[in-house]
Structures are given as C-alpha cells and as structure tokens.
Design a protein around this ligand. Structure first.
Ligand SMILES: Cc1ncc(COP(=O)(O)O)c(C=O)c1O
Length: 398
C-alpha cells in the first residue's frame, strides 16, 4: 500500500481528533524507526516516553512471544502468576504495598481519584471528596481525568466536568495551603510537569506538599505516568525529593509499549478498595504483566535509570552550550531524559524541520520542544539528535 493512499484513508476513516504527523511508521529497532517510504528516523519521542527500552528490545520481544504462546487473558476473577509477580516487584522497588492494574494512564488516575474519595469518606467525612490539582497539569482524557487536568483546552466542549476538582498554580506551596480545607481528600500532582511544558518544581515543593498532607490527613497522589520507570534518572521521580506519596500512578513505559496502567498505594489506603468496588476486564492480564515484568526487570538489572541520569546530564550540558549560540532558545529544563527546550516562538515548525531532517521530537505546550528518547540512547545518538535539532532551529529562525 502506497503512503499517499494510506494518508487519504486515514483522513477518511479516522475520527479527526489527532493532529498527526504526515508519515506512516512501519518498523522500529532501538532508537530508530522507518516509515512506509523506507526513510529512517532517529526517534527522540519513544512513543511519548513509552518505549523506554527502545523499539523491539530483545527481552521485551521475547516476553511478548512467550506470553502470547502461553496465556493471553483469563479475567481478574482468577489469579495469575505474572500479575502477582509484577505487583510484588513494583512494591519491592517503591513505597507501595499494593497495586491495582488497568490499561492506560487515565485509567490509573481514575483509580487513584476513586480510591482517594472512598478513603476520605470512610476515614473522615462524607463531604470530604475534593482533589486539588495544579494548573498546566495533564492527567488524561477521560471525563474525570480531564476534569483533574489543569488546562482548559482539553476541557473545552466537554462540560459539565466532573465536580470536586480545584486547581492552583504549580510549584506554589502557599497557593496549595490556601486552597486546602476540610473537604480536601487529596493533592494530585506530577513530580515534574511533562505535557504542560516540562516544568521542574523547586526542591522544597514535594516535601512541602507531603507536609501539608501529613498535617491535614489529605493523600498525596503523584502522577508518575510520564516521569516514572527511570525517565528522570531515578526509577521514580519522587526519589529526587526524598519523600514518598500515598498513591502513585504509572502507565506509559511500564510494559515498553504494550498498554498497561497501574495504581500503587500504601496498604492502609489501598484497603478502601474492598472487593467489588473497582475493576477492569483487561487490567493486568497475564500477557501484559509478563511484558511489564520483563521491562521492569531489565530496567533494574541493567541500571537504566542511572544511564538516563548520565545521558540527561550530557544532553543538558550540550543544550546549555547550544543556548549560548542560539538566541531563539529561552530556557532549557528537565531531569534525566525528559527535557524541554523553550523557544521564543512556536515549537511546531522546529519539530517539522527536525522530522524532515530525520529526527523525531515532541512539543510540550506551544513553545517547548520536548526530548524524550529511549533511556538506552547512547552519547552518539544524543549528539546526532542535537546536531539535527540545531540545524533545524537555525533554518527555522533564519
Ligand atoms: C502525566 C500524565 N498523566 C496521565 C496521562 C494519560 O495517560 P494515557 O494517555 O495513557 O491515558 C499522561 C499522558 O501523556 C501523562 O503524561
């Protein structure tokens, strides 16, 4: 099938909700992908921070093949060993005691929102259901998670939104403190805002939120859907802050591209989800759990978060030098291999120019170019990507 016909059919048969890049990708290997015309690209998007071990990693592909030939699905009315092993591994390597599995980030956040409401109502009072999130955040596209998201552009047209969410500026402890009252069930934040523009909060922000929660009994929910699984240079981004949440949500990189979501919680909190109160048909199938087990085990055994930290430092230093040469770069922000380059203009033309030159990158907000390569990226991959990026920037600016 030729690319032109595929594009025509896409325009005709898809709902038009995605602003898609006009290429059709057919194959991937490590940090490289190929389109239907045989063009090769260096992929610094990794499916938006999903394929963190790279495309078709042998251990992930092996797990997929073995699990597909063993047992795909049986329903959560039965136990399966891969799901038990995965929950155990996640708990052994995080603050959490218990795990609920779903299929996406939004679904993981839905579970967190429901758990926070149920826990607060049972433990405190029936009108304690509010969740305070932050402006510029991103938590998903379902009705509750879009209501939690602090960006009107994602909410517009879908009103009435789900009640019970308030938004305060990110990285502002005083605003959070002022917004909290006897109805506050939880605070929901990203440890580092990804989609909204790659904003890293001050060092005292997460510890400050932890303290506010401890003083009031509100739960601290960290959305680590984008920042988790080594992306920021630690397995979980909260480790940078030295405090632990009560609930954490994961998805994206957890099974390196096979759909999965997870909500992790402390035992006392998780117990509010008594039998029958929540569920998901596909959540944590033996198939996806086997793939996630292979992904997480590989990450831990091969020191992938540490590699991301080291490569992130290399890229940030190089971008610092590039900024001195390129006045269109306003600021460079990020942690590990989640990096935002804020421009003095719209980022989309730079992203397009990079693609034309064989590099795939993302935007985050209107003016930020976001880099989120697989965490196995080498120095040579990063140097090549930065070279293409600088040439693209020069071309767009001139
Ligand atoms: C921080 C964060 N939360 C939630 C989501 C939603 O995840 P999903 O698209 O898997 O529902 C995303 C997706 O980009 C995200 O970055």
């Amino acid at each position: 099938m030729d690319t032109k016909t595929l594009m025509e059919w896409s325009g005709k048969y898809h709902t038009p909700n995605y602003g898609r890049t006009p290429i059709c990708l057919v194959r991937g290997d490590g940090l490289r992908v190929w389109d239907s015309d045989g063009r090769e690209y260096l992929d610094f998007t990794s499916g938006i921070a999903v394929t963190s071990l790279g495309h078709c990693h042998p251990r992930v592909t092996g797990a997929i093949q073995e699990a597909a030939a063993t047992l795909l699905h049986v329903s959560n009315i039965f136990h399966t060993a891969p799901q038990i092993h995965l929950a155990k591994l996640l708990c052994e390597h995080s603050f959490a005691d218990r795990v609920f599995f779903g299929n996406s980030g939004a679904e993981a956040n839905e579970a967190a929102i429901k758990l926070a409401r149920k826990y607060a109502k049972e433990r405190f009072a029936s009108d304690r259901f509010e969740i305070i999130a932050t402006r510029n955040s991103f938590h998903g596209r379902t009705l509750a998670t879009v209501s939690a998201t602090g960006q009107e552009k994602y909410q517009h047209g879908f009103e009435p939104l789900v009640p019970g969410f308030k938004h305060v500026p990110y990285n502002d402890l005083r605003a959070m403190e002022r917004a909290m009252d006897s109805r506050t069930a939880a605070i929901l934040v990203e440890p580092l805002q990804g989609e909204g523009g790659v904003y890293v909060p001050d060092d005292d922000y997460l510890p400050g939120l932890r303290k506010l929660c401890d003083e009031t009994g509100a739960l601290l929910i960290l959305d680590e859907i984008q920042t988790g699984m080594g992306r920021t240079g630690r397995l979980w981004a909260y480790e940078h802050a030295g405090v632990e949440p009560d609930i954490m949500t994961l998805a994206k990189a957890l099974a390196n591209g096979v759909p999965i979501g997870a909500m992790l919680a402390r035992d006392e909190v998780a117990r509010a989800l008594s039998p029958g109160t929540h569920g998901s048909t596909f959540g944590g199938t033996p198939f996806v759990s086997s793939v996630a087990l292979a992904t997480l085990t590989t990450m831990i055994e091969e020191g992938i978060p540490e590699r991301a930290a080291k490569m992130g430092r290399h890229v940030m230093q190089a971008l610092g030098r590039m900024r001195a040469r390129q006045p269109a770069i306003r600021e460079v922000r990020g942690r590990g291999l989640l990096i935002g380059i804020e421009l003095d203009r719209g980022a989309a033309p730079v992203v397009d120019a990079c693609r034309d030159a064989g590099l795939l990158v993302l935007t985050a907000g209107d003016r930020v170019v976001r880099l989120a390569p697989a965490l196995i990226a080498t120095e040579a991959d990063c140097d090549r990507a930065l070279e293409i990026l600088e040439q693209a920037l020069s071309r767009v600016v001139s």
